[in-house]
Design a protein around this ligand. Sequence first.
Ligand SMILES: NC(=O)c1ccc[n+]([C@@H]2O[C@H](COP(=O)([O-])OP(=O)(O)OC[C@H]3O[C@@H](n4cnc5c(N)ncnc54)[C@H](O)[C@@H]3O)[C@@H](O)[C@H]2O)c1
Ligand SMILES: [Zn+2]
Ligand SMILES: [Zn+2]
Length: 333
Amino acid sequence: MRAVVIEAPGRINVTTVDDPKPGPREVVVEVAGAGICGTDLHIIDGDLEGTVYPIVPGHEFAGTVAAVGKAVTEFAVGDRVAVDPNVFCGECHYCKIGHGNLCERYNAIGVISSPGAAAQYCAAPVANCYLLPESVPLEHAPLIEPLSCAVHGFDLLPGRVGEHYLVYGAGTMGLMMAQLARFSGAASVSVVDLNTDRLPVAAGLGADRVAASAAELDRPEGWEVVIDCTGAVPAIEDGLTRVRKGGTFQVFGVAPEAATASFSPFRVYKDEIHIVGSMAVLHSFGRAVDLLAKRVVDPDVMISHRFGLDDYESAVDAFRKGTGRKLQVQPAA
Ligand SMILES: NC(=O)c1ccc[n+]([C@@H]2O[C@H](COP(=O)([O-])OP(=O)(O)OC[C@H]3O[C@@H](n4cnc5c(N)ncnc54)[C@H](O)[C@@H]3O)[C@@H](O)[C@H]2O)c1
Ligand SMILES: [Zn+2]
Ligand SMILES: [Zn+2]
């Protein structure tokens, strides 16, 4: 089959590799689409901890079951599935306390050591496959994985209705968070992004207010929930000052591993500010399937560009430039 192989950091090769064969409790998926995200850039650049090269990237994907392992009864050839790429060991301390996303032997298809979906075919454990409702076109389904990350982020927020939300970043993740906040009964949702070209899309998706900076939004009492979806230290430092007394700040964006940020511990104490991180997916993939079926996020707006496998490098370059929103690789195109 044709596949994108990251041979080593900085070396992308679109080539022919052996077709995957399903293990006893695996299926092989004919990939309809694979989304590109910041994690793929980290894999290509060699700055993601744990990646074993060479690796086929692609962890946000969906497709049609093309083969099933000999002990698979749940899926049949032709089923349309989305795949949760996160593979937890089930044996370590964190898995045993229900925190599989913090697994000591965390693996993820297309990220750590299992071949991913920037290829015609990709193998996945049965446990990670979710049957798609008929109303979800295959082409939209690669959005389920990033949405399941946003849903996990939401699980860690207080989730009270009638509160005011401020989201930093109007990329795919910020836009998903903003749409989830609206759906979850926020009193208002504001989105800030330095890239003002991205603001009209946020407004079109239902953000009440958009701006290049939170200072323009004139809300001196602050917001009950502030979510960073940039991973940028200046945004995080600014965002922490915008949290209302008793409110919550979520670090959802991925900052560089060595980055540090300043905040006032006095204010965190005195105003009872909650600071929470959110890492990948935990028990949230199935709910993301249902939320996409309900069109809580608008797939036609979220997926902005499509590329064939041979154009993988162009897709990566376009993503680096901040082009559009979710860029999707379609191996059959
Ligand atoms: N926690 C998780 O599980 C998880 C899952 C997926 C992605 N992420 C992370 O979420 C972040 C967002 O992902 P994305 O795909 O939307 O990225 P993106 O690059 O498309 O969007 C980030 C946006 O932040 C804006 N930005 C940068 N600095 C800013 C600042 N100081 N103030 C305001 N806006 C600023 C950029 O202009 C950009 O539009 C990334 O860091 C990504 O790695 C986290
Ligand atoms: Zn991703
Ligand atoms: Zn584990």
